[in-house]
Design a protein around this ligand. Structure first.
Ligand code: FES
Length: 195
């Protein structure tokens, strides 16, 4: 009797308690875990969305100037077309230059003149030999030419390099546009074919 009580009573009670405890613990645990998972998913989703919303503008700020650095920029109004003559005139104009997210004003120089009935040329003064500054008709020995004093570089009246002198290519030219009687130039001069 005492053994049966010892074997059955306590074990049944213990198992019963164990089962009850398991039901109380396991089922609520399943419920609470699923709630936690739901909350975790929700918070992770909301947190991720908020993080993306904060980081996206910063990335755009960082990348956008890098992408914009390659864009050509707008043409710049330089002078009235009526004032352009066959004799080259030296004109300075300012362009916006972007370096990353820094933006500065840079002064450009162009020799502007009529080279034909309807042709307007705007030439860079940067010598194609080693980058000195050329002048128009600046050497009495070489009239009506562009001349570079650094190594006696010479260009004809259209800015084409004269063979036998140091420069091996014509002076670069700005792209020209005429609108409402005003001459506009591209922000940068482009290289031209060699003589
Ligand atoms: S830099 Fe102009 S001729 Fe050399």
């Amino acid at each position: 009797m005492s053994e049966e009580k010892k074997n059955n009573g306590p074990s049944e009670n213990a198992e019963g308690l164990h089962e009850e405890v398991e039901e109380e613990v396991v089922n609520p645990t399943k419920n609470s875990v699923s709630r936690r998972q739901f909350l975790n998913y929700t918070l992770t989703g909301v947190g991720g969305f908020m993080g993306a919303a904060m980081v996206a503008p910063m990335l755009g700020f960082a990348v956008d100037p890098l992408l914009q650095a390659e864009s050509g920029g707008d043409f710049i109004s330089v002078m009235s077309v009526d004032d352009i003559t066959e004799t080259p005139q030296k004109k300075e104009f300012q362009v916006d230059q972007k370096d990353g997210w820094y933006e500065t004003k840079v002064t450009r120089v162009a020799w502007i003149f009529r080279s034909g009935e309807d042709e307007i040329l705007a030439l860079s003064p940067v010598c194609t030999h080693l980058g000195c500054t050329v002048g128009w008709d600046s050497n009495p020995e070489y009239e009506n030419e562009f001349f570079c004093p650094c190594h006696n570089g010479r260009y004809d009246e259209k800015g084409v390099n004269i063979p036998g002198t140091p420069p091996t290519a014509p002076l670069p030219a700005y792209e020209t546009r005429v609108q409402d009687g005003t001459l506009f130039l591209s922000p940068r001069a482009q290289a031209r074919g060699g003589a």
